[in-house]
Design a protein around this ligand. Structure first.
Ligand code: PLP
Length: 425
């Protein structure tokens, strides 16, 4: 296995090795040595309901009882599509896939198919998966014309030419890019809350400008809500902002820990999908019955009265507690949280609004915190090669006692970090 892992981000760089786990339940992870951790990684956001939520587990047992069906449409598939149309403001039409990478790939092709244009505009620091088009301008700032380097070897030069990257939350840069490229752009794609830079929300006025300008230029606006979907409310970030894109991608917690993603959007745009339209999209394992039933169960749990009031309140309490831990330890840090996910920016004392701000965070300090936290039974993943803070999360399975215990451990972890040891980058 290259790098000793089966998925590139699983090595824990703060530890300098991969932690191998044995099992998980609720808010807890257990490693192969039998050490139990309170988990704040939450399957990179997929396990927001906790590991093995009883309702989701019951759905999986039902799927087993009905036979392991691949490539078969059922009433449950239709029900899931209808539920998404009820819940997500931009959803008039729905197509499923299994992962976020597949969903954003499909959404961009749909936008290209619908507009007959080739170029896309994205924002530096937003992550949209691992396919070629979105591995340009992700982790390297673009030049003033919007040209950016590829983030991976193996991305063809020709693909680079089709991607314009601009800074997030920068009205002047966005407007200039639209004036220059507007008529060539099939899509503008963005994370409305960019958790992949830690936790950076869109400025509401900026987001409205993006909506207006894309509409004016006939560009398909795609909200990549793979991570922000269901994170702060059942209608996602688009519900929170009251800004409706043309197309949305959903994934992660949609399946309650099982692999399912979705592309949802305006009926006239989605109509380009086959059969009927010219953009084919299908897969052997797409909408496996197990994942469909898991998603229906997850939506039931997340739609329950008071679910988000409780989740958001617990998250706010944790974020406030974290700030106190760092203050008490004399460690300069900004903690930003929206809904159930948050990030810690070390050595930063001002709000972070964009990639440039996020890269000012001291990576060595965050790695020290992760090491000290893991030593005290609190688990945080730490991706290799990252330039900005990780996003971490609270889940429905974190009890008040978990939050208290984790804050005690993190207070001690912060106290064990020596701020003088780490230079600000
Ligand atoms: N889009 C966003 C906003 C994400 O956060 C992610 C994953 O972190 C993806 C796309 C890719 O999803 P997946 O890892 O399921 O392929």
């Amino acid at each position: 296995m290259p790098g000793g892992v089966t998925s590139g981000s699983r090595r824990n760089e703060a530890l300098g090795r991969t932690l191998y786990f044995r099992e998980a339940a609720g808010s807890r992870l257990v490693d192969i040595d039998g050490t139990t951790y309170i988990d704040f990684t939450g399957g990179s956001g997929a396990s927001m309901l906790g590991h093995g939520h009883p309702r989701v587990d019951a759905a999986i047992r039902t799927a087993l009882d009905r036979g392991t069906m691949c490539t078969a449409e059922t009433e449950a598939h239709v029900e899931l599509a209808e539920r998404l149309c009820e819940l997500i403001p931009s959803a008039e039409s729905v197509r499923f896939a299994s992962t976020g990478t597949e969903a954003t790939l499909a959404a961009l092709r749909v936008a290209r198919g619908a507009t007959g244009r080739d170029k896309i505009l994205r924002f530096t620091g937003h992550y949209h998966g691992m396919h070629d088009a979105v591995l340009v301008g992700w982790t390297n700032a673009a030049d003033p014309t919007g040209a950016a380097p590829a983030d991976s070897a193996g991305v063809p030069e020709a693909v680079r030419d089709l991607v314009i990257a601009v800074p997030f939350n920068d009205e002047a840069a966005f407007t200039a890019a639209i004036e220059r490229h507007g008529s060539e752009l099939a899509a503008v794609v963005l994370e409305p809350v960019s958790y992949n830079m830690g936790c950076v929300p869109a400025d509401p006025a900026w987001l409205r400008t993006v909506r207006e300008q894309t509409r004016r230029h006939g560009i398909v606006l795609i909200f990549d809500e793979i991570l922000s979907g269901f994170r702060m409310g059942i209608d996602g970030a688009q519900g929170m902002y009251g800004v409706t894109p043309d197309v949305t991608t959903l994934g992660k917690t949609l399946g309650g820990g099982w692999p399912i993603s979705a592309v949802v959007g305006r009926e006239d745009v989605m109509r380009v999908l086959g059969p009927g339209g010219g953009v084919p999209l299908s897969g052997t394992f797409t909408t496996h019955l197990s994942a469909v039933l898991a998603a229906l169960a997850a939506l039931d749990v997340m739609s329950a009265d008071g679910f988000y009031d409780e989740l958001n309140a617990r998250s706010e309490r944790f974020v406030a507690g974290l700030r106190e831990c760092f203050e008490a330890a004399g460690i300069p840090a900004t903690v930003q949280g929206v809904g159930a996910r948050f990030a810690m920016y070390f050595g930063v004392t001002e709000p972070v609004r964009d990639w440039e701000g996020a890269t000012r965070s001291n990576v060595a300090m965050s790695r020290a915190l992760v090491r000290e936290a893991i030593a005290r039974g609190v688990y945080f993943a730490d991706f290799p090669g990252r330039k900005v803070p990780m996003h971490y999360g609270i889940g429905a399975s974190h009890s008040d006692a978990d939050i208290d215990a984790a804050l005690d451990a993190l207070g001690a972890a912060a106290g064990a970090m020596d701020p003088a040891t780490y230079e600000t980058p």
